[in-house]
Unconditional design. Sequence first.
Length: 396
Amino acid sequence: MAVQKLKDNVYFVGAIHWDRPIFDELVELPKGTSYNSYLIKASEKTVLLDTVDPEKTYELMRNLDILGIDKLDYVVAHHAEQDHSGSIPAVLERFPEAKVVTNAKCKGFLMDLMPIDEEKFIVVKDGDVLDLGDMHLRFIFTPWVHWPETMISHLEEKKMLFTCDFFGSHIATSRVFGPKDEMLIYEGAKHYYAEIMMPFRTHIKKHIAKIEELGFDMICPSHGSVHKNPQFIIDAYKDWVSDRLDNEVLIPYISMHGSTKKMVEYLGDALMEKGIDVKLFNISEVPLGEVAMALVNDATVVFATPFVLAGAHPSIASLAYLANALRPKAKFASVIASYGWGGKAVDHILGMLGNLKVDVIDPVLVKGEPKEDDYKALDKLAEEIYEKHKSIGITG
Ligand code: FEO
């Protein structure tokens, strides 16, 4: 992205990665992403806040050229992951006088990950302030959003928060403040939260309370849109990390010869008849991010799988593994499965959900095609889900 002025003497100097297809070989990026790096030109010091993925170093350098930067005092590293820190060695090569400002844990990670000499670092503590002359940058430690070393910074005079991954979104857009349609910002941020931040919601709750004590009118994350309306993204995060649940059942499924699909569609209809929303996701077709987003607030998850090689289908097993790692706040879970001659698909899936604090509702296991009794069992499952949702007051 071209240089964008955010406020007087504060600029976006990062890069858009329009065609990056996937992050961490896991998170699909249907809308691309960006690596947001920011430059502060204060009266005494010039500071770069985070860098960009090494693949985009040339764009960062070009933006610094456009601004005529010939001296850099500090590079702040809020987070050691390479999409933000990977260009630090190149920046230090170009600006040998610059120091890397970060916390002790991040310093250790950076030295593990890339060649930076120890004397290049200035280590800060929680609450420390970097004096830039007419501006001051305060560091606030926010561990586990989403690594243990993550921190944010507050440019006090400009009322700007620089939050790195926190409040970020994987979205490539030429508009630094995001698309005109705020819903696209919401969805991009929710997708990001679901796949990156969800396991850390307890930490995030505490960090939001701490952040709200600061004065700011702009949040500048390191992916996606800069938030000119910070309350919008803070309110969205507050909802996602809260205990509020939707009266909705997520049913991720795979069907090899149609039996499981028949059960899924029957159960979906039975739930809808009771006023419960459903998301029926054939996971061989639906992007993982959609499934993860449904996990953010859905009260119940029903995994649906055929037996394969005496266990659950590997795609559903993989999804159960991921759901367990993401630690959604769902309260209830079940399994529906179809089999030909035997196996342990139900135990296989339930055994993978140890991190989820869910009541398990009796699974439904069908031999071959579902028959009358099987449909009755699915009706019973729908009724039990309804009763469970009613018991926590979300049936409306
Ligand atoms: Fe965007 Fe955790 O890196």
